[in-house]
Design a protein around this ligand. Structure first.
Ligand code: ADP
Ligand code: ZN
Length: 293
């Protein structure tokens, strides 16, 4: 079965062709410019390749309510031109194939639970720490949408000791997770790109404090069986042991389960699919769309 996958990002649109085993066979990226320019390029890419369905993991916020008149639209994004853009109907209509849309992080969570670090589990939280911070959640085998969809990056944080800019940088909430711990927040706080900070820089103690607070909030709110941390900032592998240690400290022994008390090394982990969680998840969404046909 030939399936199309789209990883729709604020910087680039990554279009891929794959199969029902979520293997990627071809890939091409287009810079995210105005929809009038970029959407025809994507349609041109998929056209003639014989795809049976399209799966889309997208930046948001998105309207994912299938009963809504604006289902499949990007809603209130800061990316002008894409506000209220009918992403799913535009692509599905032009290509005449069924399509399934979810947030980029829900797609990644689906991939990790199906064939990555959380394989075989019924729940998983996938968090990307990059230009922004977002979280995708699977609980009891289902992708969580709820009222709109979770906005994990905007949970409020408690100021970290040693943070020279504890107010945070989110234009909406200042000191939310994204405002405190995204790549751009690190850069604003320390005046240096996250990539250039040495592992012993105090920046990382502050970063681990915020990410550990997020893990604690997630554990006590949703009780996921696995927390996968991806995105550019998590390329700093030295963060993992520190986040695990701080998470245990902040939990204070309250949540008693071997998975956390003894197996935290396999509980808070990097993506099993590496940088391919997004495309794999989009192919799995395409497969769902094909099967629902
Ligand atoms: P995006 O979120 O735009 O999809 P990324 O997940 O790559 O892309 O995140 C980009 C952010 O991650 C930037 O702020 C960058 O500074 C940071 N980043 C990328 N690579 C690294 C690295 N190796 N170490 C620390 N930070 C990084
Ligand atoms: Zn915020």
């Amino acid at each position: 079965m030939v399936l199309g996958a789209l990883e729709a990002g604020g910087t680039k649109m990554v279009c891929s062709i794959g199969n029902e085993r979520a293997q990627v066979l071809d890939k091409q990226s287009f810079p995210t410019r105005a929809p009038e320019e970029t959407v025809p390029q994507m349609i041109e890419y998929y056209r003639g390749k014989g795809i049976e369905a399209l799966g889309i993991g997208s930046f948001g916020p998105l309207d994912l309510n299938k009963q809504s008149e604006t289902y499949g639209y990007i809603t209130s994004t800061p990316k002008t031109g894409w506000i209220n853009y009918p992403l799913l109907p535009a692509l599905s209509g032009a290509l005449s194939v069924p399509a399934e849309l979810d947030t980029d992080v829900n797609a990644a969570a689906l991939a990790e639970v199906s064939m990555g670090a959380a394989k075989g589990l019924r729940s998983c939280l996938y968090v990307t720490v990059g230009t922004g911070i977002g979280g995708g959640l699977i609980v009891e085998g289902n992708l969580v949408h709820g009222l709109v969809h979770p906005e994990f990056g905007h949970m409020l944080m408690r100021a970290a000791a040693g943070d020279p800019a504890p107010d945070g940088f989110c234009p909406y909430h200042k000191g939310c997770l994204e405002g405190c711990a995204s790549g751009p927040a690190i850069e604003k706080r320390w005046g240096k790109s996250a990539k250039e900070l040495a592992p012993d820089h105090p920046a990382w103690t502050v970063e681990c404090e915020y990410l550990a607070q997020m893990c604690v909030n997630a554990i006590v709110s949703f009780s996921p069986e696995c927390i996968v941390l991806g995105g550019g900032v998590m390329q700093q592998e030295h963060l993992f042991p520190r986040i695990r240690k701080r998470t245990l400290e902040l939990l204070g022994g309250y949540v008693r389960t071997p998975r956390i008390e003894r197996e935290i090394d396999s509980y808070i982990v990097s993506p099993g699919l590496g940088v391919n969680s997004g495309v794999t998840g989009a192919l799995l969404l395409a497969l769902r769309a094909a099967q629902a046909k």
